[in-house]
Ligand binder design. Structure first.
Ligand SMILES: C[S@@+](CC[C@H](N)C(=O)[O-])C[C@H]1O[C@@H](n2cnc3c(N)ncnc32)[C@H](O)[C@@H]1O
Length: 243
């Protein structure tokens, strides 16, 4: 099995326990990270009405729910939210969680990878988010080209991610101990899949630094407007706007 298929299969395996492991492992801090991402993204959209948000690597649908909740909070009205993920297991959980909104056509879900957003027409998306998903995409350049294709001119790209640190300071060492030692152990306990939760710190190590990511966005014509590390730089928020 190639690397990308193995990663997707791993998410299929942990899908049933993914939400409960997440709540325990993040101690609820991810709610703040996601809310900030929505708030900041809305600041770059002048119109009060946002037609379409696309959440790539939507998993069990958490970010989709945050978009819905925060749109009202920050005075925006929302047309449709589309979620895409290649893991059937993760999507199945999302489908159960979001069944009312799917029925009322507020939300649509598709099975698919970031590098091939075929169901999405070019220049049709106002905001494209990918939350803790880009690290799992093997062909990042192809995915970014797709993001560029589907975003409207002036559309907003929102990346939430655990990025690789170029130089580790003291705080990074402490957070590194948490992600390398505690998280694989607790995640393994909850999911009974220690391998999957050992993958997380390894995937951060082999991912891009925030500077490298910014460079990749530059290449595809997306201007980075905002970068901030949250909670001792554990989570990075990057917001770009398509030129
Ligand atoms: C850590 S989960 C994040 C899920 C969700 N975005 C969240 O914030 O909870 C990573 C997700 O990336 C998805 N994924 C893995 N490979 C992918 C790819 N090539 N393209 C898009 N999504 C991918 C997985 O199936 C999984 O649902």
């Amino acid at each position: 099995m190639d690397k990308q298929k193995q990663i997707i299969e791993m998410f299929n395996q942990i899908a049933p326990t993914y939400d409960s492991a997440n709540r325990i492992l993040s101690l609820g801090i991810d709610i703040k990270w996601r809310k900030q991402a929505c708030k900041k993204a809305f600041e770059y959209i002048e119109d009060l009405k946002i037609q379409t948000i696309l959440d790539v690597a939507c998993g069990t649908g958490d970010m989709i729910l945050h978009w819905q909740k925060n749109a009202h909070k920050f005075g925006k009205s929302l047309g449709k939210i589309i979620g895409i993920d290649p893991s059937g297991g993760m999507l199945q959980i999302a489908q159960e969680k979001l069944k009312d909104q799917i029925q009322s056509h507020e939300i649509e879900l598709f099975l698919g990878e970031a590098k091939n957003l075929d169901p999405i027409p070019s220049e049709s998306i106002d905001i494209l988010s990918i939350a803790y998903g880009l690290r799992n995409v093997v062909d990042i350049q192809a995915a970014l080209r797709e993001f560029q294709r589907v975003l409207k001119k002036g559309g907003v790209l929102v990346i939430l991610e655990f990025t690789k640190k170029n130089k580790e300071n003291f705080l990074d060492k402490i957070t590194g101990f948490y992600t390398k030692k505690i998280l694989p152990f607790v995640g393994g306990l909850v999911s009974h899949n220690y391998k999957a939760y050992r993958y997380l710190p390894n995937s951060i190590e082999s991912f891009l630094s925030v500077e490298m990511l910014q460079e990749e966005l530059n290449k595809i014509g997306v201007d980075t407007k905002f970068i901030k590390g949250y909670s001792a730089n554990i989570s990075t928020l990057l917001i770009g706007v398509k030129q």
